[in-house]
Design a protein around this ligand. Structure first.
Ligand code: IDC
Length: 504
């Protein structure tokens, strides 16, 4: 299959994938300030900072408009209202994302570019960091605790920088009873919640899957020790609590929920090729009884994490989750050689994944997450399909992106595209129009792309590429734009996977 995920961005680029903001400083000329070139003139450094601040704000707005997926910058701190996960204003929020496999085993996927691609191309709003407690390399057995915490800290930082939600998952499994390592859990959650007390994008999952001879009462005992520890540091973060029988007996939690705390949710986990109607009925009944449920882990394989996928059941589950606005994370973002893994075992990349790199689970996930979110009006097409369809379309007016902050209109126009050795190249021109009635001296243009790009050529400006942001400042000869004047002939060529949206 030649189709790549990175072909999706091209469509988005044509429509809105290129976010652009522009700033200027006007020493002595700006009418609004009514000043002359005098001591009121800010130093250029100060001015640049102001302009960048303003640009960041503008970019944030553009990102919000361009993206409908929930993000901490727009939803703020999450809360639980009734059974519903909600944003800080009380609107329902449904997070969708992925769970890592064991952090100790697959640390390589904890990297910024990987998370950035998940966000920008896959619409992932949630990353679950699964830290096994007792399996090989487990936090409470033979694992390197400092290293594991470093992985969590890194994961949290990347998710935070990328405006995503993140779950810190105390992944009990073979240690079926959460009380087995309760002292370690207390110390761990105390440390994490004090460290991340100021963050509004973190959810704490205090026990992945109690199992074996563990009652709901045992779990409540455990929770009664852990919840005060987290709440002492972070009074509001959403806390997820596992339920008996590998987080399936939500009915038991519904019959006897934990009281005395806000913002608690209970987890239900399913594997679509194993769990079907009966678990769905339990789930619906528990919700209807008032239990807030979070699907912090699911797979579309069988419960072993392997075996044949059941796409029909997978879709039935997702329909229900969508219907009830239930948040979920899919197991597992790894290349383990098992059918629940999202990345093929033959793929050793740690970011920049293409469709070819995905397993059938991965493809299902990608399609599910991106369905209906592209700007193509061809209903029924997945984003990837629509992107393919658009691949041959020319530059056209849809390749133009404009913004008009402070009387300076900036337009970036895609004027050409081609492929060389399989690498896509895009040529843009930038036009600046001073729509104010004051002369301007000095300008900054910031173009934010959705993914990694390289600058292969540029003209009539000083260019610097930092992450996904291309900043253009003038040459000596084109600093000034007279009132009403237009500056054109600025342009550049980029290559690579300049994909949708990542605005600081
Ligand atoms: C499985 C992994 C598998 C690993 C095993 C460790 O997929 O590679 O060897 O754990 O015991 C869960 C658990 C999750 C399991 C997964 C699949 O939360 O840790 O991962 N699963 O069995 N609950 C239901 C299924």
């Amino acid at each position: 299959m030649s189709r790549t995920i990175t072909s999706l961005p091209f469509l988005v680029m044509l429509t809105l994938g290129l976010l652009l903001s522009v700033g200027l400083w006007t020493p002595g000329f700006a009418k609004a300030s009514g000043t002359e070139a005098s001591s009121d003139i800010p130093s250029i450094e100060e001015s640049i900072e102001e302009v960048i601040d303003r640009n960041v704000e503008n970019s944030d707005t553009a990102a919000e408009e361009a993206s409908e997926i929930p993000a901490p910058s727009t939803c703020g701190a999450l809360q639980v209202i009734g059974t519903q996960l909600s944003d800080e204003n009380g609107n329902a929020v449904q997070l969708k994302g992925v769970s890592t496999l064991g952090l100790a085993w697959y640390p390589e996927y904890i990297n910024y570019d990987c998370f950035a691609q998940l966000k920008s191309e896959w619409n992932v709003s949630l990353i679950r960091l699964a830290m096994y407690t007792a399996e090989s390399g487990g936090y409470c057995t033979d694992g390197d605790q400092e290293y594991l915490k470093t992985l969590i800290r890194n994961g949290v930082e990347y998710a935070t920088d990328l405006d995503m939600y993140v779950i810190i998952d105390w992944h009990i499994l073979s240690d079926g009873n959460p009380n087995t390592y309760i002292e370690e859990a207390k110390a761990f959650f105390d440390e994490m919640s004090s460290e991340f007390a100021g963050y509004s994008n973190i959810l704490y999952e205090i026990c992945n899957e109690p199992n074996g001879n563990v009652s709901w009462a045992d779990i409540k005992t455990y929770a009664s020790e852990i919840l005060p520890v987290i709440r002492a540091n972070d009074p509001d973060a959403v806390i997820l609590i596992g339920t008996p029988n590998w987080s399936q007996y939500v009915d038991q939690a519904a019959a006897d929920p934990i009281t005395g705390y806000d913002n608690l949710m209970y987890t239900l986990h399913y594997y679509a090729a194993t769990h079907t109607d009966s678990l769905r009925s339990t789930f619906v009944a528990a919700m209807d009884a008032g239990l807030p449920i979070f699907v912090s882990e699911y797979g579309i394989s069988d419960a072993s994490g392997n075996g044949t996928l059941d796409i029909d059941q997978a879709n039935q589950w997702m329909e229900l989750l969508d219907d009830r606005q239930i948040s979920c994370a899919m197991w597992s973002f790894s290349n383990r050689d098992e059918s629940s893994a999202i990345i093929k075992s033959s793929c050793t990349k740690t970011s920049g994944f293409t469709m070819d790199d995905l397993t059938d689970s991965g493809k299902w996930l990608y399609e599910m997450l991106t369905e209906g979110t592209d700007d193509s009006s061809e209903s029924g097409n997945s984003s990837a399909d629509a992107a393919d369809d658009s691949g041959s379309s020319g530059s056209g007016s849809s390749g133009s992106v404009s913004s008009t902050p402070d009387g300076l209109t900036c337009t970036a126009q895609l004027v050409n595209q081609w492929e060389s050795d399989g690498v896509p190249f895009y040529q843009y021109t930038v036009t600046l129009e001073n729509t104010s009635d004051a002369d301007l001296i000095g300008w900054i243009v910031e173009l934010t792309f959705s993914g990694s790009i390289s600058l292969s050529d540029s003209w009539n400006g000083e260019y610097s590429l930092n992450g996904f942001t291309l900043t253009i400042t003038p040459k000596d000869y084109n600093k000034a734009i007279a009132a009403g004047g237009i500056l054109s002939d600025i342009g550049f060529i980029i290559s690579g996977a300049g994909t949708l949206i990542s605005c600081e």
